[in-house]
Design a protein around this ligand. Structure first.
Ligand code: GTP
Ligand code: MG
Length: 171
């Protein structure tokens, strides 16, 4: 029998890394070259099917600007999954991502499934600042799922969400 499940997912990361663009790519298959900065947070949904289960993602796309940092707990509290995004071409955004992972681990204990997603991989051949090895090693040491993605080309975006769906169905 088919079951329906709802999954609260939060996107976290520095401003401009492409959180909204990843959400838009996954939920609507769209990409906007000049996406405006998020104010507060945005909400989107998308449903995927894993075996006999319909998994509805309730996606909270948070704002990366520092002035919104204090709002983040409202969005990650009770989340089953968190996608922590950095820009593979920006080392500062990687440090910020590691800080988000630490905050999540402190606040959500061990229950939240965390994906470390290095976005803007389409620009990496010319502009890469964070190596795949460094990011993967951090992910392995901290029990995170890791992927490099591109909201622009769509590379690996659906796969990240499908991986989350598969892991959550098995819980
Ligand atoms: P805040 O809402 O301020 O936290 O930013 P954000 O993380 O939501 O970033 P947003 O999705 O608004 O993207 C910022 C800029 O990066 C936009 O101009 C996007 O078009 C661009 N961008 C996002 N993802 C990609 C990508 O994968 N490749 C390239 N080349 N540009 C991207
Ligand atoms: Mg945004």
């Amino acid at each position: 029998p088919r079951s329906n499940r709802q999954v609260k997912l939060v996107l976290l990361g520095d401003q401009g890394v492409g959180k909204s663009s990843l959400a838009l790519r996954f939920a609507r298959g769209e990409f906007h070259e000049h996406h405006e900065a998020t104010i507060g947070a945005a909400f989107l949904t998308q449903t995927v099917t894993v075996g006999q289960s319909n998994i509805k993602f309730d996606i909270w796309d948070t704002a990366g600007q520092e002035r919104y940092h204090s709002l983040a707990p409202m969005y990650y509290r009770g989340a089953a999954a968190a996608v922590v995004v950095y820009d593979v071409n920006n080392t500062h955004s990687f440090s910020r991502a590691l800080a988000w992972v630490k905050e999540l681990r402190q606040q959500n204990a061990s229950s939240v499934l965390i994906v470390l997603a290095g976005n803007k991989a389409d620009l990496a051949s010319d502009h890469r600042a964070v190596s795949v090895d460094e990011a993967r090693a951090f992910a392995e040491d901290n029990g995170l799922i890791f992927a490099e993605v591109s909201a622009k080309t769509g590379m690996a975006v659906n796969e990240v969400f499908m991986t989350i769906a598969h892991k959550l169905v098995r819980r």
